[in-house]
Design a protein around this ligand. Structure first.
Ligand SMILES: Nc1nc2c(ncn2[C@@H]2O[C@H](COP(=O)(O)OP(=O)(O)OP(=O)(O)O)[C@@H](O)[C@H]2O)c(=O)[nH]1
Ligand SMILES: [Mg+2]
Length: 298
């Protein structure tokens, strides 16, 4: 089980013969589609030493585990959760080293299902790819639909299928990187599984976290899912083209988000019309430049 929300993580047989389940635990073999027509295959992964570090952003949240696993004490579940997150942090540090060595600027893109992550990436890649190399790691429970949508832009993409798992973890991303091998200096988008809860707890080694919220979801989502908004650097408020048809209060939503995270940057965008995409590209380029400068100083 996930240990964060109690979700299952058994490997799942490929749905379409081209994609297959990844893993959340380090005790299993990862399987994924390389996007090269070769189909899925498995790689064994060595165990890594337990690491006592915490993910950037703070302590593991308490999600009431006892409700998910009757018969297992709350203390034991907390230990399991801490162990999972500590191992994830070790893999995240490895990813960060790879990103740094290859001068990759990695963005972890998170949201609830259907907020528009892939549509935004397609639009953003179209605006960005003439200026800088781009690569994408796609995370979904099933199908390679999103990776195919990204590849249609000309950008390289790899699909990770998590099966019953509800989030990407750093180990899956590290493994995908070995195959994707993004060009040095690229912007690497990592589209997480659509879920506003568990992905918040798993550092993937990214430089920045971008949370997408669409205007059809309600102004209160930052208050209801605070971990995600606390851990994000930028919120994209998407589907702005629908505002004339809704009673969504943009000011209230932004105020809620800033109440949860006063440092959160926000942009209102529409992947449909392209509104705000240039501002997002500018944010990426400015953030990447700051990130490179910070690495150089370190
Ligand atoms: N009107 C409108 N529709 C949008 C916009 N962005 C995305 N959509 C639509 O929203 C639906 C979901 O978009 P996706 O890009 O697949 O969303 P996602 O977040 O990648 O979804 P998952 O990967 O399944 O979590 C699609 O029907 C899109 O066409 C937008 O800015 N405006
Ligand atoms: Mg998607």
């Amino acid at each position: 089980m996930c240990g964060i929300c109690g979700c299952g993580q058994a490997e799942v047989a490929p749905a379409d013969g081209r994609t297959a389940a990844g893993i959340q635990s380090h005790e299993h073999d990862a399987v994924h589609d390389h996007g090269d027509g070769a189909g899925p295959h498995a790689h064994p992964h060595p165990h890594h030493d337990h690491d006592p570090g915490r993910r950037p952003g703070g302590d593991a949240p308490d999600h009431g585990h006892a409700a998910h696993a009757p018969g297992v004490s709350a203390e034991r579940l907390i230990r399991i959760e801490q162990d999972i997150l500590s191992k994830n942090d070790a893999f995240a540090r490895q990813n960060r080293s790879v990103f740094s060595a290859r001068r990759l600027f990695a963005l972890n893109v998170v949201s609830s299902p259907g907020s528009g992550k892939t549509t935004l990436l397609v639009k953003t890649i179209a605006a960005l790819k003439a200026r800088t190399p781009v690569a994408v790691i796609e995370g979904d429970q099933q199908t390679s639909n999103d990776a195919e949508r990204i590849r249609a832009t000309g950008a390289p993409a790899i699909q990770i299928n998590t099966g019953r798992g509800c989030h990407l973890d750093a180990h899956m991303v590290g493994h995908a990187l070995e195959t994707l091998r993004p060009e040095a200096g690229a912007v690497l988008f990592i589209e997480n599984v659509g879920n506003l809860v568990c992905p918040a707890a798993f550092d993937l080694g990214e430089a920045r976290r971008v949370v997408v919220l669409s205007v059809t979801e309600g102004e209160d989502k930052p208050l209801k899912y605070p971990d995600m908004f606390v851990s994000a650097d930028l919120m994209l408020l998407n589907k702005a083209d629908l505002l004339p048809h809704l009673d969504f209060d943009v000011g209230l939503c932004l105020a809620n988000a800033l109440r949860i995270n006063p440092n959160l940057q926000t942009l209102t965008v529409s992947a449909r019309t392209g509104e705000g995409i240039a501002a997002f590209v500018a944010w990426i380029e400015a953030s990447a430049a700051r990130h490179v400068a910070a690495l150089a100083r370190a």
